[in-house]
Design a protein around this ligand. Structure first.
Ligand SMILES: Nc1ncnc2c1ncn2[C@@H]1O[C@H](COP(=O)(O)OP(=O)(O)OP(=O)(O)O)[C@@H](O)[C@H]1O
Ligand SMILES: [Mg+2]
Length: 256
């Protein structure tokens, strides 16, 4: 039996008096798409920030390929192949598309013994990346602030997927997008999956998970309250778990 790509075990995290995560465990296989759903303040973003190295948990551990991971920073998570697209995309508006793509991993070249940024190569590689992903922006030389919401989402996806990611976490990737842009995001996720990349999508839009996902994990008030295969559930059941925080299949509707 092969180990899951990623396991989070018994993760807990409090912010002062607020318990954001209370003994949460999830596992994810390579090339699978997990929908992480739940009401506001359920702890979804916090759980994923822990996985992406942006928040240190109070308790619990993360295993990658069955081995304990010890990163304490997003750069360490990225080195392990884990990329996160944050709810607000975390792009730098004044920088160009290509500069955002290569933020924190800029390419350089030597000119007369001096190290300078290699903008040409970064622009060319950014263009190639958008082409390979089937995503479009007007120009990789434009500042991100001049792009539409859907185009900014494309930049965030390209940045997260362009560098050998094994797991891409997307926090509300289809919120505020129009129908064509939503379809594009869905296609990109399906393409990542067919390349063996795993994806975790946080979404309030259950139809996105039903369309392209494999599993649901439902959270409420810092706990996992239910898990389902997409093919073995329906919208009403997921909504019920989100609202009540109970799995109706467990002992007459009692909480686990
Ligand atoms: N940095 C922080 N400092 C203090 N409290 C926080 C912090 N981050 C999250 N919380 C709290 O932890 C709880 C879980 O928040 P989280 O953002 O993980 O929820 P969520 O499920 O992503 O919700 P939403 O669907 O609204 O994005 C909330 O009560 C929130 O107020
Ligand atoms: Mg959130």
């Amino acid at each position: 039996m092969t180990a899951p790509l990623v396991e989070m075990r018994h993760i807990s995290k409090s912010f002062g008096a607020v318990t954001a995560l209370n003994d949460v465990s999830i596992a994810l296989d390579p090339g699978s798409v997990l929908g992480l759903v739940g009401d506001n303040a359920a702890g979804k973003s916090t759980l994923m920030k822990v996985l992406a190295g942006a928040i240190l948990p109070d308790r619990g551990e993360i295993l990658i390929d069955g081995a304990r991971a010890s990163y304490t920073h997003p750069i360490g998570a990225r080195d392990a192949g884990i990329e996160m697209i944050y709810q607000d995309f975390a792009l730098v508006p004044d920088l160009t598309v290509a500069q955002n793509i290569f933020l924190g991993r800029e390419l350089t070249r030597k000119v007369a013994g001096l190290t300078v940024l290699d903008r040409q190569t970064m622009n060319a590689r950014s263009e190639a990346l958008f082409g390979a992903l089937g995503l479009r922006v007007p120009s990789v030389r434009l500042p991100v602030l001049s792009l539409s919401g859907g185009q900014q989402q494309a930049v965030a996806i390209a940045r997260a997927t362009g560098f050998d990611a094994r797991l891409v976490i997307m926090d509300e990737p289809t919120a505020n997008l129009g129908a064509p842009a939503i379809e594009k995001v869905r296609e990109t996720i399906t393409q990542l999956k067919s390349n063996g990349v795993s994806v975790i999508i946080i979404s309030h839009r259950l139809e996105d998970i039903f369309a392209i996902g494999d599993h649901f994990v439902v959270m409420k008030q810092g706990r996992v309250v239910g898990r389902r295969h997409v093919g073995d559930t329906e919208n009403a059941e997921i909504v019920e778990m989100i609202v009540t925080g109970r799995d109706p299949r467990l002992s007459g509707g009692e909480a686990a």
